[in-house]
Write a protein that binds this ligand. Sequence first.
Ligand SMILES: [Zn+2]
Length: 79
Amino acid sequence: MARGQQKLQSQAKAAEKMAKQKKQQGHNANEQKKAALKALVFVCTVCKAQMPDPKTYKQHFENKHPKNELPDELKNVCP
Ligand SMILES: [Zn+2]
């Protein structure tokens, strides 16, 4: 009996752990979305300057850091 109970307990623990992880992941995604909506600020990965929008950021990047590779988030920005 003890064995069966242990198995059940460990299963319950595993399920609890997974639920927690899921919750945390969802939470993080929401926080990131919220932060992006709230700030609407892009920070240059090279000089840490803040830009109000991706277009400005891209222009800044191309002007100031032409030797650096464009960050992924700017590759989709149309000029
Ligand atoms: Zn910069």
